[in-house]
Design a protein around this ligand. Structure first.
Ligand code: ARG
Length: 465
């Protein structure tokens, strides 16, 4: 039990148990143990290189820290919930084990730059894991898309059938969003990748430390340039929460589509039994709970972002204890986003696509009306006239229970003499899709290119791992 406080010299009374609990963060920051130990090892090694601590003290510190790490990972050492935080816990444990040398570790360092370092390393690592999960999900989407280059379905605006597209084109839109999410993570990780250690409490130190060598040892691109900023900055936490919020927004939109698509009203897909649940009362039900939960968890990730933004908005420089509140928010956002990406990918991977239902849905609703108008434009009519004529044809179809495909040529000609036999191929859904060959369009050749670019994107990142 760690009841003695490091600062007891200055204090006459002990902290009450309730205040101790209120103040303590070890129940949630214990997950930083690895970063804390790695950071301390790099710090100690530097202190030794600079002649600030002796070789003997350094080797005892390094040995002690490495044993502590092993013991935590093997379950031999439990976190003491009476400790104030993970940093105090590890330092006290080290001193218990190796004595005086342990007391030298905190030379030229403050918990303020220590926690800033640990958090950066933890967030950097976690965002890397999120990125790998995204890459896996993007690959799953690309695989699914490759199987459905010819699967015609309605594209919507206002949730009204608008123009025919393919399932491949549709879901590759999500791959585009997720690829942007990956580059957003790369950007924010690049911005956060500077070592704050050496900032001290806020004004560095008088010891001749070598920050650059510590930065190198811990995989940073350099050191932070202002010690006050170094300990005050939590932009990297907020930016990461913002990256995660966008990812969750994308997954939430996709989830919404999945929920709609597996309703009887759409019937476009069927989720695998392993990724849906039944009802306790209605035996016919197969509920898309997983997609709904992903949509729901988006709210809590937004909540974390809002917590973090609000947490930081009124803080004077430099460190304030308020900042301890950043951890649960960012940890929760990281954990839930990771979970959602992984489980969503498996749900998508295993879902069954009802190709003919999609195709039939595209055949209804005059989804090829634009193509009918474009046909007349190609015959020389101005688009606005062609649009008006097509509108009249559609009104006629609705009144007479017809579709553009079932109108006779004679009926077409009653609306405009320019109509010829070619109209039927112009409004054929597959031709409508494949006629849209513009870059970014749904023609299967274009979507195949889109998929290839996407695979280059994920491939390059997998090779770099
Ligand atoms: N547990 C603290 C946090 O998470 C560590 C830093 C404490 N620094 C201090 N001077 N009280 O922010």
């Amino acid at each position: 039990m760690q009841t003695k406080k490091m600062w007891e010299g200055r204090f006459k009374k002990e902290l009450s148990a309730a205040v101790n609990d209120f103040n303590s963060s070890i129940s949630f920051d214990n997950r930083l143990y690895r970063e804390d130990i790695t950071g301390s090892m790099a710090h100690a090694a530097m202190l030794c290189r600079q002649g600030i601590i002796s070789e003997k003290d350094c080797s005892e510190i390094l040995g002690g820290l490495s044993d502590i790490l092993d013991d935590i990972e093997n379950g031999k050492l439990e976190f003491d919930m009476n400790a104030e935080d993970i940093h105090m816990f590890i330092e006290a444990e080290l001193t218990d084990r190796i004595g005086d040398a342990g007391k030298r570790l905190h030379t030229a360092r403050s918990r303020n730059d220590q926690v800033a370092l640990d958090c950066r390393m933890y967030v950097r690592k976690s965002m890397g894991e999120i990125k790998s999960s995204l890459i896996r999900l993007i690959d799953i989407i690309a695989d699914k898309a490759s199987m459905h280059l010819e699967t015609v379905m309605p594209g919507y605006t206002h949730l009204q059938r608008a123009q025919p597209v393919t399932l491949a084109h549709y879901i590759m839109a999500y791959a585009q969003m997720l690829m942007r999410d990956v580059t957003r993570i790369e950007n924010s990780v690049a911005r956060m990748n500077y070592l704050p250690l050496g900032s001290g409490a806020l004004a560095t130190t008088t010891y001749p430390i070598d920050r650059e060598s510590v930065a190198k040892a811990l995989g940073f691109d350099g050191v932070t340039q202002n010690s006050i900023d170094g300990v005050s900055d939590r932009d990297f936490v907020i930016e990461s929460a913002s990256d995660l919020s966008l990812i969750m927004m994308h997954l939430s939109r996709f989830s919404e589509e999945i929920i709609l698509w597996c309703s009887s009203e759409f019937g476009f897909i069927e989720l695998d039994d392993a990724y849906s649940t039944g009802s306790s009362i209605m035996p016919q039900k197969k509920n898309p709970d997983i997609a709904e939960l992903v949509r729901g968890k988006c709210a809590r990730v937004y909540g974390s972002l809002m917590t973090l933004l609000t947490l930081m908005k009124g803080l004077p420089l430099a460190y304030n204890k308020d900042m301890q509140e950043d951890k649960e928010a960012i940890f929760d956002a990281i954990d839930n986003t990771k979970l959602c990406i992984d489980i969503f990918g498996e749900m998508l991977n295993t879902c069954k696509v009802n190709v003919s239902v999609m195709r039939n849905a595209a055949a209804k609703g005059f989804i090829n009306a634009t193509d009918c108008a474009d046909y007349l434009v190609k015959k020389g009519l101005p688009f606005r006239d062609a649009y008006k004529i097509t509108g009249k044809i559609i009104a006629y179809c609705i009144d007479n229970g017809k579709t553009l495909e079932t109108m006779s040529l004679g009926e077409y000609k009653d609306f405009c003499s320019e109509f010829e036999d070619g109209i039927y191929s112009a409004i054929d859904l597959v031709n409508c899709v494949n006629g849209r060959k513009v870059t970014g369009g749904p023609a299967s050749a274009r979507v195949a290119e889109q998929i290839a670019l996407c695979r280059d994107f994920t491939g390059a990142r997998k090779n770099a791992e």
